[in-house]
Design a protein around this ligand. Sequence first.
Ligand SMILES: Nc1ncnc2c1ncn2[C@@H]1O[C@H](COP(=O)(O)OP(=O)(O)OP(=O)(O)O)[C@@H](O)[C@H]1O
Ligand SMILES: [Mg+2]
Length: 300
Amino acid sequence: MQLREPALNCADITSCNGRPCEIEVSGLSRSFAKTIAVDSLDFRVGRGELFAFLGPNGAGKTTTINMLTGLLKPTAGEIRYHGDLFDPQQLRTKQLIGVVPQHNNLDRELTVAENLLIHGRLFGMCGSVLKRQIDSCLMFADLSDKRDTPAGKLSGGMKRKLVIARALLHQPEILFLDEPTVGLDPHSRRRMWAFLRRINQEQNCTVFLTTHYIEEAEALADRVLIIDQARIIAGGTPGQLKQSAGNVVLDIYNGDQIDNEFFAERSLALQRLEQLDTSVRIRETTLEDVFLQLTGKRIE
Ligand SMILES: Nc1ncnc2c1ncn2[C@@H]1O[C@H](COP(=O)(O)OP(=O)(O)OP(=O)(O)O)[C@@H](O)[C@H]1O
Ligand SMILES: [Mg+2]
């Protein structure tokens, strides 16, 4: 029997998912000596999208986010916001974006409110406007009762939320988050997902996050780009990515090995199942299956 060949493609990468284009990246590359960290990336992000950049350790996620936020100069390529070339020196562009780095960089000795105050001043905020924004961000992040607590005494999840609240203080249009949920337990991770959805929907913020958790990209993102070894290997909505692999998968148990076969429809998978005399499980395709199929390796 001829099995359906997976037809994974990157067709959706350069579209904006039917939205006005907010971020446009072309030929973006960065090398460190002989290491090519990011290799010729092309993609677009639409206004208001929740966009996930998914890849294993060392894939090039942080390098990409650092270039998108002006922390790192590209070796080649272009970044445009609203069609204009990105100039990290321009305050106007800096105010457009909020950044949550991979590692929390709070001042541990200062209180929660003081951490926000300093950030606000750096963005030229002051007086009652700054005070109102601090109150509002603390309330939004559910940290109002911690405002006088030194940041170093918060739990891991609270610290992460404070870094996000700080990034939202100057009301950016785009929020970049590098691995927002690393180190959080499963409950805190799910609470963080709900928080990120609220930021996307209630604050009308475009959210660009990196993650190496496949289920995070699957649960959260409107659109996912999969990056491996510095290059984009697939992109689209989670539904499109799964459909391109085949929506139904058979796990075929061969001794201590599990082989996967993918099918466009359940009926085709059931036909195949009848031909097999080993132990088989039929299930829906996940984004992890897509990743495994593309790279032949597990992400975590
Ligand atoms: N400052 C640097 N100097 C030299 N090499 C670097 C530097 N920063 C990153 N690299 C290399 O570039 C590649 C991509 O690293 P990057 O930090 O972007 O990956 P990542 O996808 O964010 O990984 P992780 O999931 O571990 O955070 C790696 O090979 C890394 O060693
Ligand atoms: Mg990283």
